[in-house]
Write a new protein. Sequence first.
Length: 516
Amino acid sequence: MHALRNNFHNLGRRFGRFRLYQSHNKEMPKTAGIIVVGDEILKGQTKDINSHHMCQSLHELGVDVKQISVIRDDVDVIASETKKFSALYDIVLTSGGIGPTHDDVTIEGIAKAFEERVVPNPTLVELCKKYFGQGFKDTPKMKLACTPQSAELHFGVDKVKGERLQFPLISVKNVYIFPGIPVLLNRLFDNLKHLFTTDDHFFMEKLLVNAFETDIAPVLTACAKKFDGAGVQIGSYPDWFNNYYKVKVTVESANEDATKAALKELKDKLPQGCLLDSHKYCSDPVAQNGVEAFADIFETEDPILHHKIENSIEILNEALTMYSLDELCIGFNGGKDCTALLHLLYAAICRKYPQRNSKLQALYIQDEHPFEELEEFMKHSTNRYNLNVITMKGAMKAALDTLQSQQPYIKAVVMGTRCTDPYSKNLSAFTPTDGDWPYYMRISPILNWSYRDIWTFLRKLSLPYCVLYDRGYTSLGSRDKTQRNEKLRYTDNQNNVKYRPAHCLQNEDLERNGRL
Ligand SMILES: Cc1cc2nc3c(=O)[nH]c(=O)nc-3n(C[C@H](O)[C@H](O)[C@H](O)COP(=O)(O)OP(=O)(O)OC[C@H]3O[C@@H](n4cnc5c(N)ncnc54)[C@H](O)[C@@H]3O)c2cc1C
Ligand SMILES: [Co+2]
Ligand SMILES: [K+]
Ligand SMILES: [Mg+2]
């Protein structure tokens, strides 16, 4: 059945050029190809985000994007690629190369593809006259008013203002010519969506699987084969940094029943217990960070932690009354404790200052030999919590000295210290630094949290944490002085040495086992 449909569809495609003004083959979703034009992209000077935006939007509209091609600003290359794509796909979208300078030749290339001449377009000439003034015809701006002979213009209406957009989208046969500047492209695309809308809709389901791709590959292959005839596509996308699953498996087709059947098959055949319960996993916990929400989650299951959280929030609220955001920073080095703390502090700040536009300041005293994974996690956290990270290098005391002279307005540091940390037994929630240290108020809202509390909090809320904790590390310091915790070591049934994740450590007194 599938083969038959495909042949039918290919037949349609072979006569693509004659099909242009007919509606597309109803048997299959409408297809599209995207051509990104620009030397700067091939040189790595500009990152192509336009094709990504177009793919996302087209997919939502039910259009099946089949190919993206990135090519240079060259008339012949543009002409041959356009000709090829125009015959292969129902619609073609190009991005870039339509400016007034010599290096923008997309219009010429597309004209050449269809053996047309480039001519002044009366409507565009009028528009340019209004926009640039009479004299524009003798300037390079005239290029903006020229199109291939058979070009059509599509004027979008600005959804917000209700006005006609100043410049139209140009199309030639089934090729839609977009400008390369992302805001212009997006504006045109979003206001002209109706040109690309179809009756189709893709049905997508996803499974989050906590198993290695190599271990689930046979099941995926068998399922893909079984449902191929029904047009179901199964995708497998490993995520190296997620703490809760290793692979995202997608099941998708234009047929809802087929999608559901394939999903069920996968659920039945994948190893027991490796599927993440979508009700228990939150993919964006930072967006749902209401302070009350945390405490409530733990209220019945873990009443002791519930009270610890409430107590920590009280301390943070007090800190926010005593210090302005300019005077406060969090001591953040990517470790598990300050990761939990950061989430709490961020929530408290969002509640106290819902309209704020200043960032939360974070102090990062960078080790001489930091773990790469830790640095990676720092970067992600900076974006996730919109941090202003103040990075200091060198020994801690000296770094704090420098901080004091460079950022004299900072008065207090919120820290993820716990009583069980070295030299921390006698700390209280608000303790100034010791005599020979530069003067700061140290605020420690999670002093009485245990190792287990930290993990319960992080994992229950699906908070991201540094991936090293999933690979056998239970406490992180300098790379040359930190090892995996031997208590987490085991040998699997193929005799490979492996390490369990940090949250599995039973005896929490052994947390610092891997620190040299
Ligand atoms: C602002 C500040 C003030 C300090 N004042 C004193 C003091 O008065 N007397 C004293 O003896 N020691 C002080 N220290 C040192 C501290 O007691 C620990 O020795 C140090 O944090 C390492 O702790 P750890 O490895 O045991 O635990 P960690 O869990 O690594 O540290 C506990 C907390 O300290 C903060 N922190 C740790 N390392 C960094 C870093 N590299 N960059 C940013 N924040 C970090 C984090 O909030 C973290 O959760 C201070 C440290 C800082 C950051
Ligand atoms: Co079939
Ligand atoms: K893959
Ligand atoms: Mg710690």
